[in-house]
Design a protein around this ligand. Sequence first.
Ligand SMILES: Nc1ncnc2c1ncn2[C@@H]1O[C@H](COP(=O)(O)OP(=O)(O)OP(=O)(O)O)[C@@H](O)[C@H]1O
Length: 355
Amino acid sequence: MTTNTQTNIIELKNVAVHFQTSDRQVDAVQDVSLTVTAGDVYGIIGYSGAGKSTLVRVINLLQRPNQGEVWVNGQNLMTFKPAALRAARRNIGMIFQHFNLMNSRTVFGNVEFPLLDLKMSAAQRTEKVNKLLDLVGLSSMAQSYPSQLSGGQKQRVAIARALANDPQILISDEATSALDPQTTTDILNLLADVNRKLHITIVIITHEMDAIKQICQHVAVMDQGRLIEQGSLLDIFGHPQQPLTKKFVDSSTQLTPALQEIKKSGLIQPHKQNLIELKFLGNSAQEPIVVALYKKFQVEANILFSNIEQLQGTTVGIMLLLLNGTNENINAAWQYLQQSQVEVKQIKYSEIEVD
Ligand SMILES: Nc1ncnc2c1ncn2[C@@H]1O[C@H](COP(=O)(O)OP(=O)(O)OP(=O)(O)O)[C@@H](O)[C@H]1O
C-alpha cells in the first residue's frame, strides 16, 4: 500500500493582480493557480515584467490579489485579521536581490532584528543568532557591518535573518541575480542545505534556468502574468511544451548558441533536411545510435553538438547530428530513429534564429 504523505503548504487559486496606473491597467498576474507541497523547492521562471515578484508577494499577502484565494498550511489567508496575518507572515521568510540589510547594524544585529519583538531573553537571542550565523558560515563576521561584506556574504546574512523566525517557507526573489556565477552556486547550495536540513519549503523566482536546474524539484514558467507551463524539473527539461519554456531550456543547455554557430558556419543548407536533434532521458546510450545509423543504413552521423547533464539523478542528453547519405537512406534512418527510445526532431534551417 502506498500512502500519500505530501501536504500542500501553498495553494494559490485563480489569483489575479491588477495595478491601475495613470493611463492604464496593468494585469500583472492573471488567473494563476499553483500548488507547492511541503518540503519542495519550487522555481518560478520568467522574463523581467512577467509578474513573478507580484505573484510571490501574494503568498504572504504583501500584495493582496484582486481576485482568487491564497491558502497557506490549509488556511485561507484572505480571511485573516491583521494580528493573525502578521503571525502567518512570520512563517514565510523572504530574501531579495539587493539583500535589504540595515547598514547601521552589524551582521549579528541584522540577524537579531526580527527576534527583538519576541518574548526571548538576550541570552536566548544570542544563542539563536550564533546558531544561524553558523548555519550560513558567517560566525567569524558577526561584528562586521554590511559595507564590509561581499555580495555573497550579504546574501548569507539575509538568509540567516529570513530564518530567524523559524519559518516553514522561504521565498527567494531573484536572490542570486546580482551575484557572480560561483557565488550564485554557493548560495543555491546553501538554500538546498536549508531545504534539506531544516525541511523548509523554498519558492525561488528567477530569470535564469541554471538556478532552477541546480536546486528546484518543480518549475513553473510565467509569461505576461500567466503561468504557461508547470511540472517536475525533469518534465520541463525533458518535454518542454511551450515555445518560451523551450527557449529557457535551450539557452541553459547551450543548444541555442550551438545552432546559431552551425548555421553561421555554413555546415547546413536551407534545402537539405539532414540536421536532427536527439534527446535522451535516463540511460539510453548515445553511441550505439550513431553506430546503428551507419551499420543499418550507411548513414554517417556527425555529432555537431552534445550536452549531457544529471538532473535529480537522471541523465538528460541532447545531441545534434548532421546526417550524410542518400536521401533514401536518410529517410529510412529517420523512420528508425522515430521508433527508437530517444526523442528525435528535425531542425529546419529557417527555424534557427541568428542575431
Ligand atoms: N506597484 C505597481 N504599480 C504598477 N505596476 C506595477 C506595480 N508593480 C508591478 N507592476 C507591473 O506589473 C508587471 C509585473 O511586475 P513584476 O515586478 O511582478 O514582474 P517580475 O516578473 O517580477 O519582473 P522583475 O524581475 O523585473 O521584477 C510589470 O509590468 C510591472 O511594471
